[in-house]
Design a protein around this ligand. Structure first.
Ligand code: PLP
Length: 427
């Protein structure tokens, strides 16, 4: 994993000294009565301001490039010009891309619901008629993926992450032997929460592996496709193309959105897949809507212009986000570096830092932080059923707070880590 397991590098005397200092620091921290929130990966108001112009668009009238009156019904697949802009970043031909409402999570949800109620291309039967439906969940992962599955009684099977993506030896074995495994959750670039980017080899193996289920799908949630934090943007392999080349053309469901590009609550979400899957989803969507909000899609196309426009806009996000991520790294290194009491990811993009503390300490760290007024994502949220068996992973979301608040929160968090770890070791 990007966060290797930690082991203390301190003598008993050093530990005692550290614990005593942490006790004092913690008392002072509680005394300050902070109220800080690092729970969710929300864009900050300044990031949202970058897209303020959207509120004045469309400025060139209400007609789309092909003459579509965006005010009217219709156009279920979404505006062509917007699909063309996101075709490159999401690695899906525009003709196979759907531009929908504001939430990719909603598209993931609806994909699961439709697969429950109607057979997928290639399926013998719908998932609701299966004796059991299971999804592989690389861990640590995104809690809302897990919650979505739980809501429909889908069994969650954790798979360990490596620096190159999910452990493919485990994935290949499970998917080949168990026909009830119908899906795997993947955040292939700047993964939530550990920032992992899938290697080309991982993507190739996912596309080509043998699946016992004829309706096995890779839920490829490319939520952070263009959310770079360095000068060398990560490029991942093209899953959809590799699936087609490997004779598994219908295996990939690709998702993305502008939630962290424009407005998190009023962006545009995308689904992309094979022609058969895209037709399958459109057919079911047609029963629920006559068409998406094309005015919002038009204003997005006007605002972002083209793929280069998206990348240029993301550079502005990076200017706001990078100082925050740098600050988290600097504080964690200063306060916890060399102690062996914690390790953490150094993501090259995305929205999160994953902090690993000593085994059995994460819940207590989160509890102590909450007592000091620092709200963190609940420990365990990064694992299926909220159960991190090692109780060691904590997700940090640095995007929302200002720099000053962030400094207070991460410094306070480090105090909690030191306190809980030293107390545990001195037990
Ligand atoms: N997927 C991942 C991996 C996320 O981290 C998030 C938000 O944090 C989402 C999806 C939500 O996407 P949307 O806003 O498009 O529903």
């Amino acid at each position: 994993s990007s966060a290797p397991s930690v082991s203390p590098a301190l003598s008993a005397a050093e530990l005692t000294a550290l614990r005593d200092r942490a006790l004092g620091d913690y008392a002072a921290l509680v005394e300050r009565g902070l109220s800080l929130d690092l729970t969710r990966g929300k864009p900050s108001p300044r990031q949202l301001d970058l897209a303020a112009e959207l509120l004045t668009l469309p400025a060139r009238g209400h007609l789309a490039a092909d003459g579509t009156d965006t005010r009217n019904y219709g156009g279920l697949q979404g505006l062509t010009e917007l699909r063309e802009i996101f075709s490159g970043p999401l690695q899906v031909p525009a003709a196979q891309l759907i531009a929908a409402g504001n939430s990719s999570l909603a598209l993931m949800h609806d994909s699961v619901v439709h697969a429950m109620l109607s057979p997928l291309p290639g399926a013998g039967r719908r998932w609701a008629d299966e004796p059991r439906v299971a999804f592989l969940c690389p861990v640590p992962g995104y809690d809302r993926h897990f919650a979505l599955c739980e809501r429909f009684g889908i069994e969650l099977i954790p798979v360990p992450m490596t620096a190159d993506g999910p452990d493919m030896d485990v994935v290949e074995r499970l998917v080949a032997e168990d026909a009830q495994i119908k899906g795997i959750w993947c955040v292939p670039k700047y993964s939530n929460p550990d920032g992992v980017c899938y290697s080309d080899e991982t993507v190739r193996r996912l596309a080509g592996m043998t699946a016992a289920a004829p309706d096995f799908r890779i839920f490829w949630d490319n939520a952070y496709a263009v959310h770079h934090l360095t000068d060398t943007p990560v490029e991942i392999a093209d899953l959809l193309a590799l699936c087609a080349e490997s004779g598994n053309p219908d295996r990939a469901f690709v998702y993305g959105s502008t939630s962290k590009i424009t407005f998190a609550g009023a962006g545009v979400a995308f689904f992309g897949s094979s022609p058969a899957n895209t037709a399958w989803l459109l057919g079911h969507m047609a029963k629920g809507t006559i068409g998406p909000d094309k005015i919002n899609q038009l204003r997005h196309a006007e605002f972002l212009r083209d793929e280069a426009g998206v990348l240029e806009h993301m550079r502005r996000h990076r200017e706001l986000l990078q100082p925050k991520f740098d600050l988290v790294q600097a504080i964690l290194a200063k306060e916890l570096g060399g102690t062996g009491l914690a390790s953490w990811s150094s993501p090259a993009g995305g929205y999160f830092v994953s902090l690993d503390v000593l085994e059995g300490c994460a819940r207590e760290v989160v509890r102590r932080a909450a007592e000091a007024g620092i709200a963190l994502t609940p420990a365990g949220a990064t694992h299926p059923y909220g159960d991190d068996p090692r109780d060691s992973t904590i997700r940090i979301a640095p995007s929302y707070p200002g720099l000053e608040e962030l400094e207070q929160a991460i410094t306070g968090l480090a105090v909690c880590v030191l306190l809980v770890a030293t107390e545990k070791l001195l037990e």
